[in-house]
Design a protein around this ligand. Structure first.
Ligand code: ADP
Ligand code: MG
Length: 463
């Protein structure tokens, strides 16, 4: 029927606009490398901020003691206690509490947000077993994982450049988030010192390095997306401080804000961006990360409902609600292996109140999930290739052996299997057969929290 022809035409056009042939991905990777150079050359030199983390030593495995971490990501935040066993002792004990951020606090005041976080931290500390108590006169020390762009001024201070991922709290911008947290902890009567302020990518790199010496890149694919890697200090022209003894510096790329004319953007992406809290910003993030994939899918489905009536004569009203279709739901539909695509049918009914969908319609939905996820995953792989190229590691080494281990974390990477497989296969494909065994992806589970605790240890006042 003409209805189906129209629906197929919309799908075909979307698929073409989302196309990521290898040649295009290589252009994206090269553009990423170019922007990395520009961002390292001067402050404001690129859309890539290439932020200096003040982490010039990654964990060695010798760290010892009880340390805390607070991980504020986007959707949830976690409080952790980590007991480190010292030389070859590994992680002796680890415990965490998790809470979601109430949506009203994401757009309220700075004080309200930090008070809420400090209150959860206070609860966690109050319930702690006596064996973890610090000796008299010694403060508890905390690594603060804060996954938003920060201009750091030292390992434990830095000002918020801007919010991303649905947060919008004007009075935090330009403030030192460690000072904000410290004030809130004092208001709640918590005796704790923030010894490290780290981005989640930097934490994941640190956590990954603790268990594998070859980890040199970290990528987060969760609500948002970002990456960090180990750079040579001498390759950072904008760094005017003393050269670190290690000769290295971890760089938080803030790659979510990458954009390039090579990125395959569709009308749906442009419309979503225009309607967002941060139009024109975080374009790479908006096509790759968990906050947005489901929303892109919703927009294409809405168009199909309006122009091709795929869900009947009426456009289902719920389908008009922004962000109603979340990425975990999209992922569940994409992974539906039942012969009648029952999961897809159930999700459409439960979330969008669309009942009695035909198998044909359900198949169309799965095809769309695949297009959206494939584009995101392949572009994320191109981003990693950009980093590998910047590090000069995209060709085989004379010595052979050495591996490039990429520490990966985030809910999207962890749970969206099709996305993860596509990302990993694409990078291997782009690097070529000779390099295929040199690149390893490692899921650094909870790496950002553990990494922050490790960095709190290496920056402790008491060592
Ligand atoms: P954050 O990025 O906020 O620190 P996480 O790393 O836990 O938090 O990532 C949470 C995000 O991961 C969610 O917002 C969602 O987009 C994505 N996600 C969670 N579960 C799934 C899933 N089952 N399938 C696909 N994406 C998921
Ligand atoms: Mg996180």
């Amino acid at each position: 029927s003409s209805k189906w022809a129209r629906a197929r035409a919309i799908l075909k056009e979307f698929e073409e606009k989302c196309g990521t042939p290898d040649a295009k991905l290589k252009q994206v990777a090269d553009a990423m490398t170019v922007e990395m150079h520009a961002g390292l050359a001067s402050e404001g030199g690129s859309k890539l901020k290439m932020l200096i983390s003040y982490v010039d030593n990654l964990p060695t495995g010798d760290e010892e003691g009880v340390f805390y971490a607070l991980d504020l990501g986007g959707t949830n935040f976690r409080v952790l206690r980590v007991q480190l066993g010292g030389k070859d002792g590994g992680i002796v004990h680890q415990e965490f509490a998790e809470a979601s951020i109430p949506p009203n606090l994401m757009v309220g005041t700075s004080e309200a947000l930090f008070d809420y976080i400090a209150a959860e931290l206070a609860k966690f500390v109050a319930e702690e077993e006596e064996r973890f108590h610090q000796p008299p006169g010694k403060q508890r020390e905390l690594g603060f994982t804060f996954s938003f762009p920060i201009m750091q001024t030292s390992i434990n201070s830095g000002t918020l450049i801007r919010w991303t991922k649905g947060f919008s709290i004007d009075d935090t911008v330009g403030q030192d988030v460690v000072a904000e947290l410290t004030k809130a902890m004092q208001r709640k009567g918590i005796d704790m010192r923030v010894s490290a302020l780290v981005n989640d990518t930097v934490g994941t790199l640190a956590g990954g390095r603790f268990s594998n010496k070859d980890v040199c890149i970290a990528v987060i694919l969760g609500t948002g997306t970002n990456a960090a890697y180990v750079e040579r200090a001498q390759a950072i022209p904008k760094w005017h401080g003393p050269l670190p003894k290690s000769g290295e510096m971890v760089i938080n790329m803030e790659w979510g804000n990458f954009r390039s004319s090579h990125l395959p953007l569709t009308e749906y992406d442009h419309a979503m961006d225009t309607d967002s809290l941060n139009p024109g910003e975080q374009i790479f993030e908006k096509i790759c990360s968990g906050m947005y994939l489901g929303e892109i899918l919703r927009r294409v489905l809405l168009r199909m409902a309006e122009e091709a009536g795929i869900f009947g004569d009426e456009v289902p009203p719920k389908l008009k609600n922004q962000f109603i279709l979340r990425t975990p739901e999209m992922s569940a539909m994409h992974h539906d292996t039942s012969s009648d695509l029952r999961v897809v049918g159930d999700k459409l009914k439960d979330i969008l109140e669309i009942s009695n969908t035909s198998l044909k319609t359900r198949r169309l939905v799965v095809e769309l999930c695949n297009i959206v996820a494939t584009r995101g995953a392949r572009l994320a792989a191109a981003g990693v290739l950009g980093i590998v190229k910047k590090m000069g590691r995209d060709t085989p080494r004379e010595s052979g052996q050495e591996k490039i281990v990429v520490a990966m974390d985030g809910g999207l990477y962890e749970h969206y299997t099709e996305y993860r497989k596509c990302l990993e296969n694409t990078l291997v494909e782009l690097l070529g057969e000779e390099m295929a065994t040199s690149i390893v992806f490692e899921h650094a589970n909870d790496g950002s929290g553990i990494g922050a605790a490790l960095l709190a240890a290496s920056n402790s006042l008491y060592v």
